[in-house]
Design a protein around this ligand. Structure first.
Ligand code: CP
Length: 326
């Protein structure tokens, strides 16, 4: 068991080794049990986390804030437009200064090509660990919660299980590609055969694809890319279908929005779910565009595990905070 995580950043999914992720999972399951039993677990008494948001959130804010309180500490919610960042505070200054006030700095910055460099610049200047609450490239805490949920539903031995990570149509906005990228990086390390499905214009970042292929090779699992949602769903154990934008194909948001509208049939519905195994689970990080991205029948149905996923954000984040911010 690798426990040397004190003061470590978590920005990309591969920042922690597989053994370190296993430690996080073990602690997360223990914290989930402790919360269910009402056992005190104030491992971060007097510690304070800065939560700096450049983008809105329901689950991430709620779960980090509740998690810090349950660990005996405090989380400071800082909305970027209420700061002096627009008036000149640089990422280096945020890292230097907040690193002196706080015991951890969690940041959500999803702007394409800006978010991840921002987090890394803060981290280079900060003496406190930097935690990625979602950037344009990665959503590591969502992925840890997803992995926890898959283990709960499918067991610890995930070899030979087929996980589909699929693009889905959405009308609301061009969503970040951080969730599918985190999934294809992390899941092969835990034995899942991953099938990535998307229309041609929704390809993921080439460097992330290379890393995912390398992980699949290293851990001896399958990694396949297809452009047919229905073919992908066939005989799957886990369906993870969500929308993301065409940012790799085009940097023009208007052109990206037009491309999305070509693929309205990429919806997860009961007919497509029936192509998967009868005990397949449906996953989505939320928020979802209901009856556009996924039908109410699937999202509210017996195969859906979306609320367990959302709950596990709390436990996985508490585990990482307790291990890194001590
Ligand atoms: N899944 C997720 O990150 O949710 P929020 O955007 O509401 O935080």
């Amino acid at each position: 068991m690798q426990t040397n995580l004190r003061n470590r950043d978590l920005i990309g999914d591969l920042d922690f080794s597989k053994e370190e992720v296993e430690t996080v999972l073990e602690v997360a399951f223990d914290l989930k049990r402790k919360r269910a039993l009402g056992e005190p677990h104030a491992y971060l008494r007097d510690k304070v986390l800065a939560m700096l948001f450049f983008f809105s959130s329901t689950r991430t804010r709620g779960s980090f804030e509740a998690g810090m309180a349950q660990l005996g500490g405090h989380a400071a919610f800082i909305e970027s437009t209420t700061t002096q960042i627009a008036h000149g505070d640089t990422p280096m200054e945020i890292g230097e200064i907040y690193g002196r006030y706080f015991d951890g700095i969690a940041i959500r910055h999803c702007d394409w090509a800006l978010g991840n460099p921002y987090l890394n610049e803060v981290a280079r200047a900060s003496r406190a660990p930097v935690l990625n609450m979602q950037c344009d490239i990665y959503h590591p805490f969502q992925c840890l919660a997803d992995l926890m949920t898959i283990i709960e539903k499918k067991g610890r031995d995930l070899r030979k299980k087929k996980m589909v990570v699929s693009w889905a149509y959405a009308a609301s906005y061009q969503k970040p590609m951080s969730v599918p990228q985190s999934l294809i990086l992390q899941m092969p390390r835990f034995g899942l055969d991953v099938v990535l499905a998307h229309p041609p214009e929704f390809r993921l970042m080439p460097e992330i694809m290379d890393q995912a292929q390398e992980q699949a090779r290293k851990f001896g699992v399958g990694f396949e890319v297809v452009d047919d949602m229905e073919a992908a769903f066939k005989d799957a154990d886990i369906i993870y279908a969500k929308s993301w934008g065409a940012m790799v194909h085009t940097a023009d948001p208007q052109e990206g929005a037009k491309i999305i509208d070509k693929y309205t049939h990429w919806i997860t519905d009961e007919r497509k779910m029936a192509l998967a195994k009868t005990d397949a689970i449906y996953m989505h990080p939320l928020p979802a565009d209901r009856n556009i991205e996924v039908t109410d029948g699937v999202l509210n149905g017996p195969q859906s595990v979306v609320y367990d996923e959302a709950e596990n954000r709390l436990h996985a984040q508490k585990a990482v905070m307790a291990l890194t911010m001590r």
